[in-house]
Design a protein around this ligand. Structure first.
Ligand code: AQP
Length: 336
C-alpha cells in the first residue's frame, strides 16, 4: 500500500459498536490514536461482527456502527493516510476466524475470563459467538500481519491467545502470521463507572448515569459528574484502594487538564467535593464539546461517510486477502 513505509510498524485498533463511545473510550484509547497514527501505519476498525454477540435491534446496530465510524473521523484520523473500515465489510475476518477455530483448543478458549464475565452479564443469551469472540479477534489481528495491538487490561488475555494461535499455526506451516506484540503507547488511563467506581466505565452499561457519553450535552455531562459516587471524607486525595470514586474523578481531571495528582490535591485542599466535581465537569466539557461539534458535522454527511467506508473496506480487504490466501493454501483448500 502506498502510504505504508517499511520502517513504520503496523498497529491495529478495533472498537466495538456496542454503544455510543464514552469518556472512558476517549481518555483510555481514542485520544491517543491520533498520535499513534502519526508514528505508525494504523488500521482502525469498527468491530460490528463482535457487537453481534449480544442481542441488538438491527436498526440500532446499523446506526451505532455508522456513528462509531463517524467518531473515528471526528477524532481527526485521516482516512487517506490510515485504513479506517467496518469489520463486516471485509469477509476475510469471518473466513479466517473459522480456520482459526479449528486450531484453537476448547480448553484454552474456555479459560478466557471475559467469556465468563459476559456470560454472567448476558445469562439469557450465552451464545457460541460470545465463546469464540477471542478467536475472531485473533483473526482480526493476524489477517493484517499487525506488529502491535494496543490493548486494555481486559483484552490482554485475548492478545495472548492470538499470539499462541499464531505461534501454533506457524509451527505447523512455516511463517504465515506475524506474532503481534502489545502496543505500549502513551498511558491510557482506566476510567471507571461513575456509579460503581470498582467497575470499568462501559458504553453497554444499562445504567446511563454510570457513564459520560461523547454525545451527552454539557448539562448532562455536568449532572452525571456531579452525581458521581464518592465517599463521606470530603477530601480530594488520590487513594484508589480506599477512595475509588474520588481517584476516578481525579484521573478524569488529570487526563483533561494535564495536571498531576499532587497538583490536584493541592488545588482542592480545603474545598468540598462540590467545587471539585464542578471543576472536573468543566474540564470534561472543554475536552468533549469541540469533538462533539466535529462529530455532528461528519455524521450528517452520509455520502462522504459511505465513500470513506467503501475506500477503507477496499484497502483493508486487499491486505487481508493476501494473508487469507496464504492460509487457505497452507491448510489444503483447493485454490482455483
Ligand atoms: N473505561 C475505560 N477506560 C479506559 N479505556 C477504555 N476503553 C473502553 N472503556 C474504557 C478502551 O476503548 C477502546 C475501545 O474499546 P471497545 O469499545 O472496543 O471495547 P471495550 O473495552 O469493551 O469498551 P466498552 O465501552 O466497555 O464496551 P462494552 O460495553 O461493549 O464492553 C479499547 O482500547 C478499550 O481498552
Amino acid at each position: 500500500m502506498d502510504t505504508m513505509t517499511e520502517q513504520k510498524q503496523r498497529v491495529l485498533s478495533f472498537v466495538q459498536s456496542s454503544g455510543t463511545p464514552t469518556l472512558g473510550n476517549y481518555l483510555g484509547a481514542f485520544r491517543n490514536w491520533r498520535g499513534m497514527a502519526a508514528e505508525n501505519d494504523c488500521i482502525f476498525g469498527v468491530a460490528d461482527l463482535h457487537a453481534l454477540t449480544v442481542r441488538n435491534t438491527p436498526a440500532d446496530l446499523r446506526r451505532r456502527s455508522v456513528e462509531l465510524y463517524a467518531w473515528l473521523l471526528a477524532l481527526g484520523l485521516d482516512p487517506e493516510k490510515n485504513v479506517i473500515f467496518m469489520q463486516s465489510h471485509v469477509p476475510a475476518h469471518a473466513q479466517l476466524a473459522w480456520v482459526l477455530n479449528c486450531y484453537t483448543a476448547f480448553g484454552e478458549a474456555s479459560r478466557m475470563t471475559q467469556f465468563k464475565d459476559k456470560s454472567k452479564q448476558h445469562a439469557d443469551n450465552v451464545n457460541v459467538g460470545l465463546f469464540t469472540y477471542p478467536i475472531l479477534m485473533a483473526a482480526d489481528i493476524l489477517l493484517y500481519q499487525a506488529d502491535k495491538v494496543p490493548v486494555g487490561d481486559d483484552q490482554k488475555q485475548h492478545l495472548e491467545l492470538a499470539r499462541d494461535i499464531a505461534v501454533r499455526f506457524n509451527g505447523l506451516y512455516g511463517d504465515v502470521f506475524k506474532v503481534p506484540e502489545p502496543y505500549i503507547g502513551k498511558k491510557g488511563s482506566r476510567i471507571t463507572s461513575l456509579t460503581d467506581p470498582e467497575k470499568k466505565m462501559s458504553k453497554s452499561d444499562p445504567n446511563e448515569r454510570s457513564f459520560v457519553l461523547l454525545t451527552d450535552d454539557n448539562d448532562r455531562i455536568a449532572k452525571k459528574i456531579k452525581s458521581a459516587v464518592t465517599d463521606s471524607e470530603a477530601l480530594v486525595r488520590y487513594d484508589p484502594a480506599n477512595k475509588p470514586g474520588v481517584a476516578n474523578l481525579m484521573t478524569i481531571y488529570s487526563c483533561c487538564t494535564g495536571k498531576d495528582f499532587d497538583a490536584i490535591e493541592q488545588e482542592f485542599a480545603g474545598h468540598g467535593y462540590g467545587d471539585f466535581k464542578a471543576a472536573v465537569a468543566e474540564a470534561a466539557i472543554a475536552e468533549i464539546e469541540p469533538l462533539r461539534a466535529e462529530y455532528q458535522r461528519i455524521v450528517s454527511d452520509k455520502a462522504t461517510l459511505e465513500q470513506c467506508a467503501k475506500n477503507g473496506a477496499e484497502k483493508a480487504a486487499a491486505l487481508a486477502f493476501k494473508t487469507l490466501r496464504k492460509v487457505m493454501k497452507k491448510v489444503g483448500f483447493w485454490q482455483v
